[in-house]
Ligand binder design. Structure first.
Ligand code: NAD
Ligand code: WQD
Length: 341
């Protein structure tokens, strides 16, 4: 079976994707510098799928290390590139660090792939590129809006670089996957999202509140033009995001694509409000969420959810897991984290 390099493979989405790749039969090699993940994740992956992936720890921007890696790990068929910083608020405070890591690491890996003749690339993009959409559901032809954060801008810049590279090199093929709101954790409770400091995102904040690490969950804004007044997002189980990568990889490697650069939304196609997420959490776990509605958070888009037609038809992939499964699995992971940390 083909050998695949997964950058950022010990991270949240990367680790779940590694599991799905191994379970599909792919040979997986990870590069991660562990700036936002733990080495033990490799053992947890092995517990889930019976095989520990090969691991190389270094910063992708280290071009010498990357070239040495490709010399050693011959026959890599494709790269799935997750490695990046992802905290929107931090990117506003430290923009150059974000451009350096999120654009720099992509340049570094694309240069090394060119040198070593690896021509299949899957990139982690984000629904953030759509900004506040004019039309719902959002399909892939929706305009890219000016980024509202350096983080969002790095996703746009990366997509443009990849598109330019495909235009310039007729052997190179790429797929960008624009994730909506990945949440949840593997149902084993062994891998999940590692919180770094005070979480910005809804689910880690919610699970930490119920877990006693935070006092109260602030629901940002109760006066939006939505049925219950709170913002609506397309939450998707991280395992469904992971299986989308296997589908995208199969598409690239079988040559079964329409264009050498393709972009797909990765969502469920259904939006849920913040209060619906809280209600789902309470129903699926039996726990009560202490929350209060506060002012809107600047920059929040009222409603986003994906059109998934393209991904459903072309990747032959569909998100399967319900919101209740997402909240249940997120809580199981949080409880395990509390024991282990
Ligand atoms: P994560 O932080 O859990 O994983 C990223 C991994 O990359 C970490 O293990 C980190 O140690 C590693 N890394 C970062 N910079 C590196 C470098 N220079 N060299 C080597 N390793 C490096 O994040 P995640 O949630 O798994 O996100 C994965 C990708 O998906 C990112 O590109 C992110 O921007 C994108 N994305 C995430 C979300 C989300 O909500 N989680 C949504 C849309 C897009
Ligand atoms: C979801 C909803 C908040 C926290 C971000 C990035 C995006 C992508 C995914 C990487 C919103 C509300 C949140 C809280 C709340 N990441 N909320 N209380 O903002 O949709 O997307 O993560 O690419 O780029 O911007 O996700 O989880 O922060 O918020 O009420 O404590 O929950 O207002 O409606 P968001 P989120």
């Amino acid at each position: 079976m083909d050998k695949v390099l997964v950058t950022g493979g010990t991270g949240f989405i990367g680790s779940h994707t590694v599991v799905e790749l191994i379970e599909t039969g792919y040979d997986v090699v990870i590069i991660d510098n562990l700036c936002n993940s733990r080495i033990d994740t490799l053992d947890e992956i092995a517990k889930i799928c019976g095989k520990k992936p090969v691991f190389h720890q270094f910063d992708l921007r280290d071009e010498n290390a990357l070239n040495a890696f490709f010399e050693k790990e011959k026959d890599i068929s494709a790269v799935i590139h997750f490695a990046a910083f992802k905290a929107v608020g931090q990117s506003v405070k430290h923009p150059i660090q974000y451009y350096d890591n999120n654009v720099g690491a992509t340049i570094s890996i694309l240069k090394a792939m060119a040198i070593h003749g690896v021509n299949n690339f899957i990139f982690s993009s984000s629904a953030t590129v759509y900004g506040d959409p004019d039309v719902l559901p959002i399909d892939e032809s929706a305009p890219i809006k000016p980024a509202t954060s350096p983080y969002g801008n790095t996703k746009q810049i990366n997509e443009e670089m990849i598109s330019d590279l495909v235009s310039s090199n007729s052997s190179f093929k790429a797929i960008s996957l624009r994730y909506f709101n990945p949440i949840g954790a593997h149902e084993s409770g062994l891998i999940g999202e590692l919180p770094l400091g005070v979480p910005d995102n809804l689910i880690p904040y919610l699970t930490q509140t119920v877990g006693g690490l935070r006092d109260v969950l602030s629901v940002f804004g109760g006066d939006y033009d939505t049925p219950d007044g709170t913002c609506i997002r397309d939450y998707i189980h991280v395992v469904d995001v992971a299986t989308a990568h296997v589908a995208a990889l199969n598409r690239l490697l079988t040559g079964n694509f329409l264009e050498r650069y393709e972009v797909f939304n990765i969502g469920t196609g259904r939006g849920f409000s913040v209060l619906e997420v809280i209600a789902s959490f309470e129903k699926s776990t039996g726990e009560r969420v202490n929350y209060q509605i506060v002012d809107r958070r600047p920059g929040d888009v009222p409603v986003t959810f994906a059109s998934t037609t393209l991904a459903n038809n072309h990747l032959q992939w569909k998100a399967k897991r319900s919101l209740d499964e997402m909240t249940r699995d997120a809580w199981r992971w949080q409880k395990n984290l509390k024991r282990g940390d």
